[in-house]
Write a protein that binds this ligand. Structure first.
Ligand SMILES: *[C@@H]1O[C@H](CO)[C@@H](O)[C@H](O)[C@H]1NC(C)=O
Ligand SMILES: *[C@@H]1O[C@H](CO)[C@@H](O)[C@H](O)[C@H]1NC(C)=O
Ligand SMILES: *[C@@H]1O[C@H](CO)[C@@H](O)[C@H](O)[C@H]1NC(C)=O
Ligand SMILES: *[C@@H]1O[C@H](CO)[C@@H](O)[C@H](O)[C@H]1NC(C)=O
Ligand SMILES: *[C@@H]1O[C@H](CO)[C@@H](O)[C@H](O)[C@H]1NC(C)=O
Length: 487
């Protein structure tokens, strides 16, 4: 089993010191108007002496290479194994080579424009990141020009911090407010002219960076439903320290799979100074061989490792209940629920009609069991006491009759009482107390002026409160209907 490992991404801060004695970098960028030098790196003290023949050449663009010496330009000086510019200008851009005996060294020089609106040029800053509470040191040094430097000033965000100092420096424990651009400006005299050399540090202060144990986000084992022939992107993301690495590992029995690609890692710094990294593994044109094997993503740090695995499964194998069956089931359940609710609502609204219809259908007759042949006990054969309330009828005698009748009905015989409010009763004080105990559905209100039709709600409600009795067919309905009048 081969393992595929990614090249580790390194975040190394290169602190370019101005105290460089020779020029080792082959590509150099410098700002116009500053003193500048190129110095051959394998220069022994014996070579430094004037007698050894040293040649400097410049070539730029299609131009032939030309030899450089103080005679070719007043800005150029030769000093030991160094070529000095007083100062360097835009047209000094080009390739330079040094020759001495059979030694040679080459450089490419790029002179850039000075930012006239700032004390430094953005392209020439050295970035440095320092953690809060850690040691922060900024030193202004220039060993090559040291003997020539008249004074040095230190600026923070172009505001002067320290002035007229030989080697100004800052040494402190870093705080968030220390973040900024620090420029060291060395002033020096040469041939009666004043020059300056600016070196700027871009200091970023970050939160505490004590190491965390890195973690991969999400579940440890992931089943990913895929379709053959399609592509899939497996996203692995982790919370980690700056120097931790994330990589993918998977079996490659038959050599590397050309359809598997690792995408570039994306890192974002969290507010706590930790990193959020994500790395995607893209599998194109998924084949049978990509199914049911482990694709592992690992985060590694000095504190340990964490791994999570992805398995590709065919889409149909994935769901226990196919989606469409589940949806249909839900729809049916909801429809049944709605139907039940509707049925109950209809039953409550048409309760009276339903009971009457049932009685008609069953031909029920509760009156048949009552004793009908005893004329003297009229009350005894009564199943209901109907009271028609009308204020004009409420004389003292009637009141007495009503009260005793009610007593008979409610206490002794337990006859059911139906109260018909004939005219609107606003003042109930004239009514016997016991009437107030009546349930509200046993009180019917007569609202019309004329007699109502047999189908009206009033008669249906009255019929509902009455004992069940089959109405003989063929009988004229007007015969059955009582006629109420005020007289
Ligand atoms: C440094 O020198 C340049 C010209 O070469 C000038 O424009 C700039 O103002 C000088 N900087 C300071 C701080 O004197
Ligand atoms: C200075 O550093 C910060 C943070 O690292 C960065 O965002 C900014 O671009 C840098 N500035 C320059 C001029 O390089
Ligand atoms: C810097 O130069 C000025 C005049 O150009 C001179 O008066 C002063 O003494 C010099 N300072 C140092 C430290 O060389
Ligand atoms: C991967 O997932 C993380 C969150 O878990 C997200 O921030 C990131 O953008 C995703 N990357 C891609 C390429 O989809
Ligand atoms: C992936 O991880 C599992 C569990 O950690 C391990 O058993 C398996 O060998 C790993 N496979 C590869 C290819 O690294």
């Amino acid at each position: 089993m081969n393992c595929r490992e990614l090249p580790l991404t390194l975040w190394v801060l290169i602190f370019v010191s101005t105290a460089e004695s020779c020029t080792s970098r082959p590509h150099i960028t410098v700002v116009e108007g500053e003193p500048f030098y190129l110095k051959y790196c394998s220069c022994s003290p014996a070579h430094e002496i004037e007698t050894t023949t040293k040649c400097w050449y410049k070539s730029s663009g299609s131009q032939e290479r030309v030899e450089l010496n103080p005679r070719s330009s007043s800005r150029i000086a030769l000093h030991g194994c160094a070529l000095e510019f007083w100062p360097v200008e835009l047209n000094d851009t080009g390739s330079y080579s040094f020759q001495m005996e059979n030694y040679t060294q080459k450089w490419k020089l790029n002179v850039i424009r000075r930012n006239k609106h700032s004390c430094f040029t953005e392209r020439q800053v050295t970035s440095k990141t320092v953690e809060v509470k850690k040691f922060l040191q900024i030193t202004c040094e220039n060993s090559y020009y040291q003997t020539l430097v008249n004074s040095t000033s230190l600026y923070k965000n172009c505001k002067k911090l320290l002035e007229n100092n030989k080697n100004p420096m800052i040494k402190k424990n870093a705080e968030l407010e220390d973040q900024g651009y620090y420029s060291c400006v060395h002033f020096l005299h040469h041939n009666g002219k004043l020059f300056n050399i600016t070196k700027t540090f871009n200091i970023t202060i970050v939160e505490d960076r004590s190491n965390i144990v890195p973690v991969l986000l999400g579940p440890k084992l992931n089943h990913v439903a895929v379709e053959l022939g399609k592509d899939v992107r497996l996203n692995c993301s982790a919370l980690l320290n700056e120097d931790d690495v994330v990589y993918w590992m998977f079996g490659e029995e038959n050599g590397s799979d050309p359809n598997i690609h690792e995408e570039k890692e994306i890192r974002i710094m969290t507010s706590e100074g930790k990193w959020h990294a994500s790395k995607v593994l893209r599998i194109e044109n998924i084949g049978e061989n990509n199914l049911n094997v482990l694709y592992n993503c690992t985060v590694a740090s000095t504190g340990g490792t964490d791994t999570k695995s992805f398995i590709l499964v065919r889409k149909a194998d994935m769901a226990d209940i196919p989606g469409h069956v589940f949806t249909k089931g839900m729809i049916i359940a909801v429809l049944i629920l709605v139907a039940v609710v509707c049925l109950v609502t209809v039953c409550v609204i048409y309760r009276v009609d339903l009971v009457l219809f049932y009685r008609h259908l069953m031909r029920r007759d509760e009156t048949l069991t009552a004793v009908v042949d005893e004329i003297h006990s009229l009350i005894e054969k009564s199943r209901r006491l109907i009271i028609v309330l009308s204020k004009s009828y409420m004389s003292n005698e009637v009141r007495y009759e009503l009260e005793s009748g009610l007593h008979e009905a409610l206490v002794e015989r337990k006859i059911k009482v139906i109260l018909i409010e004939f005219t609107p009763v606003t003042d109930f004080t004239f009514l016997p107390q016991s009437l107030k105990l009546l349930k509200s559905h046993r009180v019917l209100k007569w609202k019309a002026d004329k007699s109502l039709s047999y189908n009206s709600r009033f008669w249906k409600n009255l019929l509902y409160l009455m004992p069940a009795k089959t109405v003989k067919p063929g009988r004229d309905k007007s015969e059955v209907l009582p006629v109420l009048s005020e007289s």
